[in-house]
Design a protein around this ligand. Structure first.
Ligand code: 4AD
Ligand code: MG
Length: 435
């Protein structure tokens, strides 16, 4: 061990060869108690936690008195030998020879059995909880896994705009802003821009924040979420579904291998992810409606399928399910009209199993300018503002398909979270945009 090394990661305390060696660690106090001139601290850093014991007769009265003032989440630096102690978590402890309080802190406001509302008000501190720490690490790993997969598939990452002049997914749910006196919108989807980038690059993706001004307070809606979108030239609906299921299985296997401990902690055995294998099931909308009617749900051909219907279709499933060929009235203007049944579109929603519902939306894109204009008119959109998008069909028009997958929706399912807000450190919902 080099003498120049400044600090050890706390995980070092639990290394096989560390007993008897001296470590120098620093971190945040998880808990502390003092008894008979000995202070017991559990100290955490990003690598783990360990017990520290400090004896008054060893560290000196003044330092001991300082250390006794450490609050939960106070910050401390300690050096001393690692010893075996069967009563300590992990069976080891650091016996402090020096202890330095870096920031004693004020009484930490978060403790057990507080209300959800209180915890959300103190989210800036609650993000230190073990569940949220594990969640944020899984999320980072998931984003990394998506990027690794897309890189291997030779798909180019694009940086589309967030400030836009036309809503991609319908004006009603777009956040409108004042853009220097003209109307502007926060992006709901990068899709239209990805389609523009298709002619020179053929295979593109973006990971951006999407915004939805949905007032619905549901456990699966955020007003701001992480959106991964892919657009592939020369691809039809079947091709894009095949790509999406292959990507999801690959990425979740990767996640299971890299973050098994966090997954277990959050209630998802990694083996369940490793068992996911394409192809996923495919169910045409018309058959889904029959199935739902047989279960007694009040749906008819033409109804949009919401949370209750998606739940009924997937509650006893173990694998994701593609719902395909919706009526065109319930879907966005850009979806390709089906030639098999022109009342429907070449689009699919990917539903997570176990009742979690929609995690991705995919479709082949309409290539016929006249049909696009007709659909824009039907939805009441100002056609002139989509002229730039229609130009894409006038110049270098090729068959293409794409999808958007909600990263927090995927995590809600994978991490078995009751509410989608627990998949993101600072959730944005209709009732909250702070802290
Ligand atoms: O189904 P959506 O609205 O489709 C699109 O935006 C397409 N333009 C995407 C594309 O083809 N490039 O949104 C895609 C996904 C949904 O399946 C869902 O997973 C997620 O985005 N999503 C939300 N996630 C959290 N909170 C919300 N309010 C969401 N709205 C959509
Ligand atoms: Mg959708």
């Amino acid at each position: 061990m080099s003498a120049a090394r400044a600090h050890d990661p706390i995980a070092r305390v639990h290394a096989v060869d560390s007993v008897g060696t001296t470590v120098r660690v620093r971190g945040w106090v998880l808990r502390s108690r003092s008894s008979g001139g000995i202070l017991f601290l559990i100290v955490r850093d990003r690598t783990g936690s360990a017990q520290v014991t400090a004896r008054k007769d060893r560290v000196g009265e003044a330092k001991f008195a300082d250390a006794e003032r450490l609050q939960s989440e106070g910050v401390v630096e300690v050096s001393g030998p690692v010893a075996v102690d069967p009563r300590a978590p992990g069976g080891r402890e650091v016996r402090a020879e020096t202890i330095e309080v870096l920031s004693a802190g004020e009484p930490f406001p978060i403790f057990q059995d507080q209300t959800e509302e209180f915890l959300l008000d103190h989210r800036h501190l609650a993000i230190r909880s073990q569940d949220l720490v594990a969640t944020v690490r899984v999320k980072a790993e998931l984003l990394g896994a998506f990027r690794r997969f897309l890189e291997r598939e030779d798909i180019l990452e694009i940086t589309p705009p967030i400030l836009t002049g036309n809503p991609a997914e319908g004006g009603a749910e777009a956040f409108q802003i004042d853009y220097f006196g003209r109307p502007g919108y926060l992006s709901q989807s990068a899709q239209l821009y990805l389609e523009a980038m298709l002619a020179p690059h053929e295979r593109v993706y973006a990971i951006t924040t999407s915004f939805r001004a949905e007032k619905s307070r549901t456990p699966r809606h955020l007003t701001e979420y992480t959106h991964l979108e892919v657009e592939l030239a020369w691809t039809d609906l079947d091709g894009i579904m095949t790509f999406l299921e292959r990507m999801l299985a690959d990425v979740l296997h990767d996640l299971a291998q890299r973050r098994p401990e966090e997954l277990k902690r959050l209630g998802r055995p990694p083996e369940e992810l490793l068992a996911l294998a394409p192809p996923f099931q495919r169910l045409p909308y018309a058959e889904a409606v029959d199935r739902l009617q047989a279960q007694g749900l009040p749906v008819a051909w033409g109804s949009d399928l919401g949370t209750a219907e998606e739940r009924a279709l997937t509650i006893s499933e173990k694998r994701p399910l593609f719902l395909t060929h919706f009526p065109r009235e319930v879907k966005a203007f850009y979806m390709l009209r089906s030639t098999v049944d022109p009342r429907t579109v070449e689009g699919a929603d990917l539903l997570a199993p176990e009742g979690y519902g929609e995690i991705a939306g995919a479709s082949a894109r309409e290539t016929d300018v006249e049909k696009l204009i007709e659909r824009l008119r039907e939805t009441g959109a100002p056609v002139e503002e989509y002229e730039w998008y229609l130009d894409l069909r006038r110049h270098g028009n090729v068959p293409h398909s794409g999808f958007g997958i909600g990263v927090e929706r995927v995590l809600r399912w994978v991490l078995r979270r009751e509410h989608i807000r627990d998949t993101t450190p600072f959730p944005r919902t209709p009732s909250r945009h702070t802290p």
